[in-house]
Design a protein around this ligand. Structure first.
Ligand code: ADP
Ligand code: MG
Length: 238
């Protein structure tokens, strides 16, 4: 479960090609980080994997099944964004359980899954609060909790921490690393923050205007950057 294969993936917005034929195999349970400068196509690539953006060419295979044309709900993935719009009038508990409720899950199952996510994310004491009574980090945890309850085969994160202040970003980075260890699920994580990439990733994929400049472990990239672009981005000694 959770193996994701990108085969010659392209994205065109009209005449503009923003993803230029990407091949990438992601192992079950792997933590893969997409990095690269603003506008290089990180979000577009992630959104195509999640099904929020149509794939212009190529195909996407999840656990051996071609899901290229499947809607997001059929892919078994869950996305976490930087803007984590929670429902302000609902409690943390109801925010986290909402997707299960709309899917018609019984209350006992919702309670169990929300309780379990709250335990992992240390939100047990906050379940009856409204989002406005939470800190930024706690709100981001609730947003992650909403994903966990859906029990996805893989998590997709698009710069989930970029709205948080520096101290909280560091704390949440540890939380996400712990979450990965606890759940053992595939995670694809987009960031433009080198430190986040280096600390979280099993493998970093450096994107350069719609192509992969290099993919490798943080150490490989640091010690043997494929070109100057990667070296500068990763901050390797020149
Ligand atoms: P990143 O997340 O790396 O900053 P994006 O994936 O958001 O980059 O964008 C990649 C490129 O695609 C940019 O040039 C951006 O302007 C363009 N782009 C993104 N979404 C659209 C869209 N809906 N229509 C047209 N161009 C888009
Ligand atoms: Mg982006």
């Amino acid at each position: 479960m959770g193996a994701i294969e990108l085969n010659r993936i392209e994205k065109w917005f009209g005449d503009l090609q923003v993803i230029k034929g990407i091949d990438l195999g992601i192992r079950d349970g792997e933590f893969v980080v997409f990095v690269g400068p603003s506008g290089c196509g990180k979000s577009t690539l992630l959104r195509m994997i999640g099904g929020l953006e149509e794939i212009s060419r190529g195909n996407l295979v999840i656990d051996g099944r071609d899901v290229t044309s499947d809607p997001p709900s059929k892919r078994g993935l869950s996305m976490v964004f930087q803007s984590y719009a929670l429902y302000p009038h609902m409690s943390v508990r109801d925010n986290m359980g909402f997707s299960l409720k709309t899917a018609g899950a019984p209350k006992s199952e919702i309670d169990e899954k929300v309780g379990e996510a709250a335990r992992v994310l240390k939100l047990e004491d906050f379940l009856d609060r409204r989002p406005k009574a939470l800190s930024g980090g706690q709100r981001q945890r609730v947003a992650i909790g909403r994903s966990i309850v859906r029990d996805p085969t893989a998590f997709l994160f698009d710069e989930p921490l970029s709205n948080l202040d520096a101290a909280l970003r560091v704390e949440m980075r540890y939380e996400i690393a712990k979450l990965h260890r606890a759940l053992g699920r595939t995670m694809i994580y987009v960031t433009h923050d080198q430190v986040e990439a280096m600390t979280l990733a099993d493998r970093i994929v450096v994107l350069e205007y719609g192509t992969i400049a290099q993919a490798g472990t943080p150490r490989e990239l640091y010690e043997r950057p494929a070109n100057l672009f990667v070296a500068e981005f990763i901050g390797s000694p020149a």
